[in-house]
Write a protein that binds this ligand. Structure first.
Ligand SMILES: *Cc1c(COP(=O)(O)O)cnc(C)c1O
Length: 376
């Protein structure tokens, strides 16, 4: 497709209009159904979605929650992690990963990432363990599961919990195991830009541990058990029934959307050319490409972004500032240079449109526009 035939916003980074067009009447019927029932809080759609997600993720339990961020907070609370404790995590992630650790009163300890997967580098975890360390919180960034065999081995040797931040990885697998089924607790987000997105906020925790499930079940409703009786202090971490009903319409389409993203990634892998690094899949398993992120060296990333912006190709920098250098974590005492791989990634990554509804003209236009930049 030539530039002349494309209108503005022809290739957005994400196209929710295209995503909802084929299922809009089903989504509207689901919303109408919840409205007609007037069961806005809890009820059959919550329980239905929980058992469907548990089956999809291969866990014995799943619990709907208010967001991916609240999933992380609930997981930390269920493991009694708080003041005086440290949690090892990656600095190259969405803010909520580190923020949730601080919000329960614990200290995030940032360990640098692998240059090829952007996930936490397991070879650097042991040096960060102290007597205060309680858990490791790997993130499965961009839809690729972190090196969980290495992480679980370190956790088992050092008696640490593992909370998987699987917000970007629903349906991803690692050596046959689904994201969210490997550690003690898996945390998912239904933010609209995730592979399974709601019409608003939502999230889910998964676990194979019945005691942790029971604890999170109680903490989700202020710690009440039975109602109005509190032995622990929880919060309001409930998922809305309306969102659960919508997600139950969308879940049956998720596999074909993953397939579409993977096919688009294969097209980019085959056709993009230039002095940059394409995403690489390190371990046996399935990456579900929540993002297709390239790495552009030689300080050319921002110029490429400007080139794509001016040619109406959506793109975004995930993430421009490594968490260890965020102002709100200054009191932790990190300096520039402490996580060099993450810092380099922050200056060189760029995510391209990868959603499954991209048509062949759009894919060709993205390739043409990117390749053109590197030819000159
Ligand atoms: C989206 C996301 C979250 C937070 O999820 P919300 O539903 O937006 O609260 C946490 N961690 C990662 C890695 C994410 O991408």
């Amino acid at each position: 497709m030539t530039k002349q035939t494309l209108t503005k916003q022809q290739v957005p980074l994400l196209d929710l209009q295209a995503q909802y067009a084929p299922i809009q009447s089903d989504v509207m019927a689901a919303i109408q159904g919840v409205f007609d029932s007037k069961q806005f809080i809890m009820g059959p759609h919550i329980e239905g979605l929980e058992s469907e997600i548990a089956a999809y993720c291969g866990t014995t339990h799943a619990l709907g929650v208010s967001s991916g961020t609240d999933a992380l907070i609930l997981a930390l609370m269920a493991l009694d992690i708080g003041p005086g404790d440290e949690v090892i995590t990656t600095p190259f992630t969405f803010f909520a990963t580190g923020g949730s650790i601080s919000r329960v009163g614990a200290v995030p300890v940032f360990v640098d990432i692998e240059p090829d997967t952007y996930n936490i580098d397991p070879t650097k975890i042991e040096a960060a363990i102290t007597p205060k360390t309680k858990a490791i919180m790997p993130v499965h960034l961009f839809g690729q599961v972190a090196d969980m065999d290495a992480i679980m081995a370190i956790a088992n040797q050092n008696d640490l919990f593992v909370i998987e931040d699987a917000a970007q990885a629903i349906g991803a697998t690692y050596k046959g195991k689904p994201a969210g089924s490997i550690g003690d607790i898996g945390c998912f987000s239904f933010f609209p830009s995730k592979n399974l997105g709601a019409c608003g906020d939502g999230g889910m925790v998964t676990t194979n541990n019945p005691d942790l499930y029971e604890k999170m079940h109680v903490l989700r409703v202020h710690g009440a058990k039975p109602v109005y009786v509190h032995h622990v202090i929880g919060g309001n971490f409930r998922l809305d029934s309306m969102q659960a009903a919508i997600l139950r319409v969308k879940l049956p389409h998720l596999e074909s959307q993953h397939d579409g993203r993977i096919a688009n990634a294969q097209y980019y892998d085959a056709h993009l050319n230039g002095a940059f690094t394409k995403p690489s899949q390190k371990h046996d398993g399935r990456m579900i490409y929540n993002q297709y992120t390239i790495q552009v060296g030689d300080a050319k990333r921002d110029a490429l972004k400007a080139h794509l912006d001016s040619h109406t190709v959506g793109c975004a920098i995930y993430y421009p500032i490594s968490l260890h250098l965020q102002a709100c974590f200054a009191q932790l005492g990190y300096q520039a240079g402490d996580c060099p791989v993450a810092e380099r990634a922050a200056t060189s990554v760029l995510s391209l449109p990868i959603y499954s509804e991209l048509n062949s003209d759009q894919l060709a236009y993205v390739v043409e526009t990117v390749n053109q930049f590197f030819e000159h």
